[in-house]
Write a protein that binds this ligand. Structure first.
Ligand SMILES: [Zn+2]
Length: 354
């Protein structure tokens, strides 16, 4: 089953990056690796191109704090048992889920039910997880079909997407009934450290990052990844949004964090160099925006017409969804900046330079 990994970028490449790694090589899958005193990284293997996700375990007298969980799969459930069975989790163990994507949210429900964790999450992320996990295949696919029709996808291609049904609900275990809402600016005390919640839009609408100024730590989730460019797609669920514009804008919330700060990302290894990495991410997208604009200077293009021009390889349906979504995000931002105009022909959108 193809899964939503959420990280196919325009270039889909592991870019060159000037970040300073905490470790020279990747930690071992499935084992806990100390990052700093009281915080360890658990690298969870994934059966997709992006082959792992990082969960973090934070020791706290009130109860263990787990950050993110991995897909709902038998081997990851087993892995969590090997880590948590027989361990004193404390009186109030918690899960912080950074965002709704299944590689982060997938096993939240299972861990809540099995080990008594309490979920903390941003409201928008919780709402999206809730409706995607409960949407029946047919209305879900109707929405997907109409969305891609407007962006110029052929009827045959849309029929293939329709057949996939609701891939999100297939990748998560269950929705916990209860949770505590995290908001931008909240202060959380864990293990003698004070973390400020910073929510960032773009990869998802309200992704939670945690910053400890005193100890120079940033759990950067998927907003700031050291090598991969986080996907900032427009999907059917956020049609009409400007996620790339918000992604770039929300880097302002991290402007006070300097390169000494140790970043603990959702994927890849902990690193220093947040400020430099943000610069690389901005430069990457500006170059992509220029590329999209230059294609649209030749005449009106739909997002689906641009996909083969910008991705020079075959894309499976899953990858196509991310590729088209990423292109739409660039088109929309250029439209917001007044550099592209939108045309509607038979209900299909195309974009040309102004
Ligand atoms: Zn992720």
């Amino acid at each position: 089953m193809a899964r939503l990994d959420g990280h196919l970028d325009m270039s889909d490449s592991q870019e060159k990056s000037k970040v300073n790694w905490l470790w020279p090589s990747d930690p071992i899958d499935g084992s806990l690796t100390d990052v700093v005193d009281g915080i360890s990284l658990l690298r969870l293997p994934l059966p997709i191109r992006l082959n792992h996700i990082n969960a973090y375990l934070i020791e706290d007298d009130d109860g263990l704090v787990v950050v993110d969980t991995g897909f709902n799969s038998a081997n990851l459930r087993e892995l969590w048992h090997s880590v948590l069975d027989g361990r004193d989790l404390g009186p109030n163990p918690k899960i912080i889920c950074t965002h709704y994507h299944p590689d982060h949210f997938g096993l939240v429900g299972y861990l809540v039910k099995t080990f008594g964790f309490h979920l903390l999450m941003a409201q928008t992320e919780r709402i999206i997880a809730g409706f995607l996990s409960t949407a029946a295949d047919e209305p879900y696919s109707d929405n997907v079909d109409e969305f891609y029709r407007r962006h110029g996808m052929s009827a045959d291609n849309r029929a293939q997407h329709r057949q996939r049904g609701n891939t999100f609900s297939q990748s998560i275990h269950s929705m916990p009934a209860d949770y505590t809402r995290l908001r931008d600016g909240d202060q959380l005390q864990f293990g003698g450290r004070s973390f400020e919640v910073i929510t960032a839009s773009g990869h998802t609408p309200e992704q939670v990052c945690l910053h400890c100024q005193e100890h120079q730590l940033l759990l950067s989730a998927d907003h700031i990844l050291p090598r991969i460019t986080p996907n900032t797609s427009v999907f059917p669920y956020n049609a009409g949004a400007n996620p790339l514009g918000e992604f770039l804008e929300d880097f302002n919330k991290f402007a006070h964090i300097d390169d000494h700060c140790l970043a603990l990302p959702g994927h890849d290894r902990p690193f220093r160099g947040v400020k430099s990495r943000i610069g690389e991410l901005v430069a990457h997208h500006e170059a992509r925006l220029d590329e999209v604009l230059s294609w649209c200077q030749e005449g009106p293009r739909t997002a689906c017409e641009l996909a083969p021009l910008m991705f020079h390889r075959d894309l499976d349906l899953h990858q196509q969804m991310f590729a088209v979504g990423e292109i739409i995000a660039h088109l929309v931002l250029l439209e917001h900046r007044g550099e592209l105009q939108r045309h509607t022909t038979d209900g299909v959108w195309s974009f040309s330079a102004t």
